[in-house]
Design a protein around this ligand. Structure first.
Ligand SMILES: Cc1cc2nc3c(=O)[nH]c(=O)nc-3n(C[C@H](O)[C@H](O)[C@H](O)COP(=O)(O)OP(=O)(O)OC[C@H]3O[C@@H](n4cnc5c(N)ncnc54)[C@H](O)[C@@H]3O)c2cc1C
Length: 342
């Protein structure tokens, strides 16, 4: 049914070339001392923090985890089990209950000033992207975002131009403030570890912003960030109701459902599903793009997937240039057929 295609465009090649860099082990600096900012929700450590921890481990040196929250005790206990962590700083205060960046940034700055970390790491998530640039600004240093590799203690690898070029950046700042692309580093694993635990330094609680409430989308499907299989729909789906076809297929495959920005902007699905430069970055074992043309901004979010399958009725669609398998077909015929056969 599918024709095998050769992934031959620059962007796919560039992404693949980063792999040898990422797989090197850097235990450069016993003098390094990293602060890992722990993101958590409902009493559990967020997966992106474990990817950021692996980056900190590769750098080498001491790693202090900072857990802030209204009731951070369980998260502090959980993160303490992971390898490489030498100390856990706990900031318990209702002001930290909802991870507001305006409140967290002064805390991190205070911890950095008192304890003199050489590096501060967080996941490149909405949380990390919200908090760390503020910390960098307050410390008057550059923020180094979305790294995919560590060359040495001052040199890092990061994609630019929506992943079409890979930059190697060197920072001469005293402290490096870094967010880590989750798909570039495997999640850290637990070991028998017993780091010390102490209270984080006191910091001013600003009243610049206030948490009012949140509306969360609840789903029993696998989380997009960690799913092994992802099926995404684009403008070709025509409307939101038609996404049910993708949910039916996803249910058969234990897959998460994603979308292009065009599908999100047209209101077919919620923007938590958006994949790409301004959405989520995923690298599942299998990515199926349905009715998606393959704009570079979309590829930026999925081209590191292990196997890419494209279904599109236009044989000239750019998505076929990055696809390992392509099906030139009307999606309204192909998707129900696949679901039925599975
Ligand atoms: C700054 C910036 C940031 C952006 N960030 C993102 C981002 O994060 N993520 C993102 O996705 N985009 C992003 N975009 C938008 C991006 O440029 C494209 O506009 C968008 O990805 C197009 O989405 P699409 O492929 O679904 O739609 P289209 O480009 O319209 O493609 C629809 C495809 O569906 C196919 N199709 C139609 N009907 C059928 C059918 N019945 N059967 C099979 N195939 C069919 C068509 O042949 C076509 O190839 C960004 C743009 C900018 C400028």
């Amino acid at each position: 049914m599918f024709a095998a295609l050769r992934p031959n465009i620059l962007s796919r090649a560039a992404a693949v070339q980063t792999r040898p860099i990422m797989s090197r082990l850097y235990t450069t600096g016993s003098g390094n001392s990293s602060l890992l900012v722990v993101e958590h929700r409902n009493g559990a450590v967020d997966g992106a923090t474990l990817n950021a921890l692996t980056a900190a481990q590769k750098l080498g040196g001491d790693i202090t985890a900072l857990v802030a929250g209204g009731a951070p005790e369980n998260v502090a206990k959980e993160i303490a089990k992971y390898g490489g962590i030498t100390k856990v700083l706990v900031a318990k205060d209702d002001a930290y209950a909802h991870s507001l960046p305006e409140t967290l940034a002064p805390l991190l700055v205070e911890a950095q000033k008192k304890l003199g970390f050489s590096h501060v790491f967080a996941g490149h998530t909405a949380f990390g992207k919200n908090v760390l640039p503020r910390v960098a600004a307050l410390l008057d240093v550059a923020a180094i975002s979305d790294i995919t590799g560590i060359e040495s203690e001052d040199t890092f690898v990061r994609p630019i131009y929506a992943g079409n070029a890979i930059a190697t950046v060197k920072s001469s700042d005293k402290v490096k403030i870094i967010t880590v692309r989750g798909t570039a580093f495997p999640a850290a694993t637990t070991i028998q570890n017993s780091p010390s635990e102490e209270a984080a330094p006191d910091a001013e609680k600003t009243a610049l912003s206030e948490w009012v409430g949140e509306e969360l989308i609840k789903s029993d499907r696998p989380d997009l960030n960690s799913a092994k299989r992802v099926i995404s729909g684009g403008r070709g789906m025509k409307n939101g109701e038609n996404f049910q076809m993708l949910y039916d297929l996803a249910d058969k495959m234990d897959a998460a459902v994603g979308a292009s920005r065009a599908a999100v902007d047209a209101g077919y699905v919620d923007n938590s599903l958006q994949i790409g430069q301004t959405g989520k970055i995923v690298a599942p074992e299998l990515y199926i793009a349905v009715g998606i043309s393959g704009a570079i901004q979309h590829l930026a979010g999925m081209k590191d997937s292990k196997t890419i399958v494209a279904i599109n009725k236009d044989a000239e669609a750019p998505i076929f240039q990055v696809a390992d398998y392509g099906l030139v077909e009307d999606l309204f015929k192909a998707v129900p057929e696949m679901t039925q056969k599975l």
